[in-house]
Design a protein around this ligand. Sequence first.
Ligand SMILES: [Zn+2]
Length: 407
Amino acid sequence: MLNRIVLYLGLLAALIAGAVAVDTQALDPRAILGAMKAHAQALAPLPGENTPPDTQPAEPSTQPPAQAPVQAPVQQPYVIEPPAPPVVTAPAPEPAAPVVVAPSDPAPVVVAPAPLPPEKPALAEPKNGKGPVPAKVLFAAEKLPSLGKAMAIGYYPRGCLQGGVALPVNGPTWQVMRVSRNRNWGHPSLVRFLEKFAPAAAKATGWKGILVGDMAQPRGGPTPYGHRSHQTGLDVDVWFMPMPGHTLSAEEREKTSAINLVADDWKRVNPKTWTPQHAAFIKTAAEQPGVERVLVNAAIKKEMCRVDSYRKSNWMAKVRPWYAHHDHIHVRLECPDDSPACRGQPEVTNEEDNGCSDKALAHWFSDKVLNPPKPTTPPKPPRPLTMADFPPACQTVLAAPDRAQKE
Ligand SMILES: [Zn+2]
């Protein structure tokens, strides 16, 4: 009986914490998360419900920093990922947070006011002594997807994934690389995309299949290293490399590096590594329905533009130059219909020559990008995102129980 009373009081505390956060916008994710975790079995009220739309800017800056990963050495291992590409027009206002179906334990009635038990810091305060725990730490700690209907929430570099599904690490025409990262998760639309793209790419290139790099973490969110986007389960990296004829060992999947297709001066493709199959691979990705962007290194875009029929095709507008991406493509899907709180990027419109004009490409081959001046003082690392930076529904996703996996 005493246990039940403590549980009910705790639930009341969670309710109050949620209500305060909603009213004031002064979200304290630690308190809410801690309370929610402690009462995961009685998750009746959701702090994400009925809150106003997220007014946080979704992307820090559209102007690429002068860090230029293009300066990376040839054969740079597959690691660094730049921020999401700039939005062409003003972003649409973000829709309200979705309503997530919660387990239907009836909320208990607390009869008499009783002194609140002291808070349990270990549960309610996941902090490290320096303030809120960075969101990337919280999301990376989740090894399984959340219960709940599959839903992409937020924006590619500022969001999360509810009810994620895994791409099997071996398929008829694909193998997943870097399995130890546990990033082969996505919205079901991303898994379906890969199941269709892999055989289509194999057919177009004559390869045995494709090598799939990072998708998302089980619950999406920011990753501790490697990417700024990939947060909503709609982004995937696919290597510029044919799948070999054998099933790769766990060690091969960790140690093999993708192939760099760009020459040392970063101004053209490397004739020793670039092949027409790579062009067919990119074209096949950009032609798939539901694809919003295919990011490639600028020298690769320039090379694709040399093919007249490609240059005139509508899909070419989706192939966008971006930093890095000299050893993999990054495919980004549109928001799925089942995800009202997902924010996509606008379609590329009014672009001369599908982005192939000299004017469109000039920026990427300017000194500013290829030989940026060295900063005199080391740039200050950006403030790590905390849960207050995310749509409130992402706190629900983090706090939700695990979904057991069938795969
Ligand atoms: Zn990527």
